[in-house]
Design a protein around this ligand. Structure first.
Ligand SMILES: [Zn+2]
Length: 181
């Protein structure tokens, strides 16, 4: 006969689990070992199908538990220094433009600059100049602000251009027009 009282059913269930904890744990462990590939595939499929929802949940959790998440991250980094460094390095190597876009965003944020540029947009800007310095056509090394941030320049893609190191450093906080005129 089914339980009519939900609370009673939950309490019975809890009592059963408490009394048979070792047995249940062993059963679950055996099940996961025997069905590893299937479980991994199921988790992967679930993650792929619910990407946006999971990202939103992670974000909400991080926002609600800022101090806890920061402490956890700090502890993880401290315990896995070499691993984190290797992973970061691999990411930087594989995504150089995304890394630049993030760097630009941080710089702009510090200066309260208006506008923003995604990695895709930055890629577009670099491609627009043929992957070369916008000023002298040597290979680019920096991302230059046509109007410098220190002079109120924005982070919009139109204000960003690839530049070689000598051009970028020579230009510094001036506009290119001020140098060439
Ligand atoms: Zn140059």
């Amino acid at each position: 006969m089914p339980y009519k009282d939900k609370a009673q059913a939950a309490s019975n269930d809890k009592a059963y689990r408490a009394a048979n904890k070792a047995e249940i744990d062993a059963y679950q462990k055996a099940y996961s070992t025997a069905n590893k590939a299937e479980i991994t595939a199921r988790v992967k499929a679930y993650r792929a199908a619910n990407k946006a929802e999971i990202a939103a949940r992670v974000k909400a959790y991080a926002a609600a538990n800022k101090a806890l998440v920061a402490a956890q991250q700090k502890a993880y980094h401290a315990a896995n220094k070499a691993l984190v460094a290797a992973r970061n390095q691999a990411y930087r190597k594989a995504n150089p433009i995304a890394v630049r876009a993030t760097h630009q965003r941080r710089r702009g944020h510090k200066r309260n600059a208006s506008g923003h540029c995604t990695a895709e947009q930055l890629k577009g800007r670099i491609a627009f100049f043929g992957g070369c310095c916008a000023y002298c056509k040597s290979p680019y090394a920096h991302i230059d602000h046509a109007i410098p941030l220190s002079r109120g320049g924005s982070q919009w893609p139109a204000n960003l251009r690839p530049s070689c190191a000598p051009c970028n450093l020579a230009k510094h906080a001036r506009t290119w027009r001020e140098i060439t005129l």
